[in-house]
Design a binder for this molecule. Structure first.
Ligand SMILES: [Zn+2]
Length: 458
């Protein structure tokens, strides 16, 4: 069910003066295996390593953004609370009289609730028990209307100059591609400060520049394959030729919807060479076709993909990639050997690195990411420093236990250590206990002096 086609474009206009209020709830479900986030209760230490603000990613080594900071950023800086969003939706072409009855009812219902919970986004309102219960009695169509309004409310975006300021104040430690994207957006925003990212990236002169760059890189790779194929058995030279021509057609002639083009081309080559995949040249060709730029590895591809999404999801994607997430050292779904959901099976990766590994054993994974052993050690050193100082609570046995798991997962045998064999020699539990006691005492004294009956949990 679509509401109004023009609605999308209208809502992409700017709202720089939005006064967004605080909210402690989540907008979107967290990616991967992230579950909880920073407790608001007063404590004297951190109980979840994702809440450390100087923890390097065990894979890329970049300092990760605290889990709660990302949530806060999205809730407070990017998305509008429902009380404002619904009004803006009406202003910008959400003409209620012309909507189906289901939409009108859902809109009115949400409007009333938003006046009571002024700080919550539409998504947050939908996750409230009372709203969930209300929706249980509704028809499918009536329920869809709620989701539709929620989707539409996410489209309301700030202008680019606001967005750049917001991201700058969060100041995430971007990886090189994300840093380059951000700098590119900054330059564009200087030129078109009042426009949203979406509008800017869909300006024909801007879009065609990224599209041309992207096509140039794609053609380069196909040309490389054209040279490589000469070493294939003759029959397969024709097959590859055919693939190259079809790919060129996909990349140049088809409508400009980019999503899935890369995947389709790669699959076509893989299928064509499947019977001779052990052949050296075939391997090289498959490797080369996998070098096709994508939005994870290439600025131009990121820009093109983002031009088909919304301003808000662009900002969310960019920032969320730096989020601190849990990584199961032994994968959760590995057949015959399930990794458990426990801190003794977790290391911490930025969200971008977390998606790369899947089920690959570390012994193989580190071949592609040779900095990982050193960065895992850096993470371990940071964790141990926090444990020793009494800042990190509940992790005393983490270094020793995770060391063993990491070693095994990275190929340890009876004779040799694995490729990730961290040193935990600096761990000093006695010192940690003394520091924690001291902090606890100081904290209790502070509470008493303020005469506060604050929730206290050891
Ligand atoms: Zn990383």
């Amino acid at each position: 069910m679509k509401i109004l086609p023009i609605f999308f474009n209208n809502l992409q206009k700017n709202y720089k003066s939005a006064n967004i209020n605080k909210s402690n709830f989540l907008i979107n479900p967290l990616p991967f295996d992230t579950v909880s986030f920073g407790s608001k209760k007063h404590t004297y230490g951190v109980k979840d390593a994702r809440e450390l603000d100087d923890l390097p990613c065990a894979c890329c080594g970049h300092i990760m953004t605290k889990n709660s900071s990302v949530n806060k950023f999205l809730n407070e800086k990017i998305y509008f609370p429902a009380s404002q969003a619904l009004i803006l939706m009406q202003k910008e072409g959400f003409i209620l009289n012309e909507q189906p009855r289901e939409i009108r009812n859902a809109f009115e219902f949400l409007y009333v609730i938003s006046q009571k919970y002024k700080k919550q986004t539409v998504a947050e309102l939908l996750s409230m028990e009372q709203v969930k219960n209300y929706r249980k009695h509704l028809s499918v169509q009536e329920n869809l209307a709620f989701d539709e309004i929620c989707e539409q409310s996410k489209l309301i975006a700030h202008n680019s100059s606001y967005m750049i300021k917001a991201i700058s104040s969060l100041n995430p430690d971007f990886q090189p591609i994300e840093r380059a994207v951000f700098n590119e957006l900054k330059t564009l925003s200087k030129k078109y400060p009042e426009e949203t990212f979406f509008d800017i990236l869909n300006r024909s002169e801007v879009k065609s520049k990224y599209l041309d760059n992207l096509k140039y890189k794609q053609m380069n790779i196909l040309n490389n394959i054209d040279v490589l194929k000469e070493d294939l058995p003759r029959r397969y030279q024709f097959v590859v030729d055919d693939c190259i021509n079809k790919s060129k057609e996909i990349f140049t002639n088809e409508q400009d919807v980019i999503i899935h083009k890369r995947k389709r081309v790669i699959e076509m080559f893989e299928l064509a060479l499947d019977r001779i995949k052990a052949n050296k040249t075939a391997k090289k060709i498959i490797e080369e076709i996998n070098n096709l730029p994508n939005s994870q590895t290439d600025v131009d591809a990121f820009m093109i993909k983002s031009s088909q999404k919304t301003s808000n999801s662009l900002a969310e994607t960019l920032v969320t990639r730096t989020r601190s997430t849990r990584e199961h050292v032994i994968p959760k779904h590995r057949v015959g050997h399930n990794g458990e959901n426990s801190i003794h099976n977790y290391i911490y990766l930025c969200s971008k690195c977390n998606v790369k590994r899947k089920m690959t054993e570390y012994s193989k994974f580190v071949e592609d990411y040779p900095d990982m052993p050193a960065n895992t050690q850096r993470q371990m050193d940071t964790m141990i420093r926090h444990i020793n100082r009494g800042n990190l609570i509940g992790y005393d046995d983490w270094p020793d236990k995770i060391k063993v798991v990491l070693n095994e997962e990275s190929g340890a045998t009876k004779k040799h250590n694995g490729k990730i064999n961290v040193n935990v020699g600096n761990l000093d539990i006695d010192y940690a206990i003394r520091n924690r006691e001291r902090k606890k005492k100081r904290y209790v004294a502070e509470c008493r002096s303020k005469n506060e009956k604050k929730y206290f949990k050891y």
